[in-house]
Design a protein around this ligand. Structure first.
Ligand SMILES: [Zn+2]
Length: 284
C-alpha cells in the first residue's frame, strides 16, 4: 500500500502564508467541490464566507453564538457580499471574528501584562492578535458546516428554496423567511432547537468527509465534533463503527451513500433518532 505524504490545511488548499479569511474560505469551497464531494456539487456552486466579509447585522447577531453556520437560505441572505455570485448554491459561513467585547477584553488583559513589564502596546495591535483566524480553525469549522450543506443538498432542501427564489412570486416568501431567521438568531442565543440537524445523516457525512481528508494526508486535525452538546459517541467510535465503508465508498456521491442505512453499530453510536427533515435554522 502506498503511503500518502502528510498534509496540512494550508498545503491541501494551496494557500500562501498568512492568507486572509476570505482567501481561506474561497480555497476551501473550491476544494470541497473538486475533492470532497465532487459528485454532489456537480454543476452547483458552493460558497464559503467568513463572517468578517458580511454585513454588521449578521456579525452582531451570530458572532457571540456560533463558530459557523449553514442554512439552506444562507445564499439568499448573503449573496450581495459574495465576491463572485454564480447563482444559487449551498453557502456556509465561518466565524472569523470573536465578538468585539470578547476581543477587547482579551486585548485589555494582555495590555495590562505588557504594562507591568514596562511596555506600552497599543490596544488595536493586541486586538488584532486576540482574534484567532488560523487556517486550521477556519477549515475545521468549515468542514463541520460543509457536512450540513451536503446533507441539505442531498435531501433536496436547498433545491427547493432555489426553485422558490427562481419564481419571482416566491421572493417575498423567501424574504420573510430570512427576516424571521434573523430575528430568531438574534433573540435565541441557545442553539437548542437546532439539535435535529446533528442526526445520523450528518454524523455519517462528517465521518466520510474526515476520512476523505485523511486519505489526502491530513491526519492531525481537530474535528469539531458535537459530542458534548448532542450526545453522540466520540468521533473515533463513530468512525470505527462504519468499519470499511469510508474506504469502500470514498468515490461515491453522498446522495448514494445516504440512500442506504449505515451499519447497525454506527446507528447505535448516534443516540439521536434519525431526524425528520432538518429545521431551517442557523446551525451551531
Ligand atoms: Zn452543526
Amino acid at each position: 500500500m502506498h503511503s500518502v505524504p502528510t498534509a496540512t490545511w494550508r498545503s491541501l488548499l494551496d494557500l500562501p502564508a498568512n492568507p486572509t479569511a476570505l482567501a481561506v474560505c474561497t480555497a476551501f469551497a473550491k476544494f470541497a467541490v473538486d475533492a470532497l464531494a465532487p459528485r454532489d456539487f456537480r454543476g452547483i456552486p458552493f460558497y464559503a464566507m467568513p463572517l468578517s466579509s458580511l454585513p454588521d447585522r449578521l456579525t452582531d447577531a451570530t458572532a457571540p453564538t456560533f463558530a459557523g453556520w449553514y442554512s439552506d437560505l444562507t445564499y439568499f441572505w448573503i449573496r450581495e457580499s459574495l465576491p463572485q455570485d454564480r447563482g444559487p448554491g449551498p453557502t456556509v459561513v465561518t466565524t472569523d471574528v470573536v465578538s468585539r467585547e470578547a476581543t477587547h477584553d482579551l486585548a485589555r488583559k494582555a495590555q495590562i501584562v505588557y504594562a507591568a513589564m514596562g511596555e506600552d502596546v497599543p490596544i488595536e495591535e493586541l486586538e488584532e492578535i486576540a482574534r484567532d483566524t488560523s487556517v486550521d480553525l477556519l477549515c475545521e469549522i468549515l468542514t463541520h458546516e460543509l457536512a450540513h450543506a451536503v446533507v441539505s443538498l442531498v435531501e433536496g432542501e436547498f433545491d427547493c428554496w432555489a426553485e422558490v427564489a427562481r419564481r419571482k412570486k416566491g421572493l417575498p416568501f423567501v424574504e420573510s423567511r430570512l427576516n424571521s431567521l434573523a430575528e430568531s438568531t438574534k433573540q435565541n442565543h441557545d442553539p437548542g432547537p437546532q439539535l435535529d440537524c446533528h442526526g445520523p445523516r450528518f454524523v455519517r457525512t462528517h465521518v466520510h468527509l474526515a476520512a476523505r481528508l485523511r486519505r489526502r494526508g491530513l491526519t492531525s486535525f481537530k474535528i469539531r465534533w458535537p459530542e458534548h452538546n448532542y450526545g453522540h459517541r466520540p468521533f473515533e467510535e463513530c468512525y470505527a463503527a462504519l468499519v470499511d465503508e469510508t474506504d469502500r465508498r470514498s468515490d461515491q456521491s453522498f446522495a448514494k451513500i445516504l440512500s442506504t442505512r449505515g451499519p447497525r453499530a454506527f446507528l447505535d453510536c448516534c443516540r439521536q433518532g434519525d431526524s425528520s427533515p432538518p429545521q431551517v435554522a442557523a446551525t451551531a
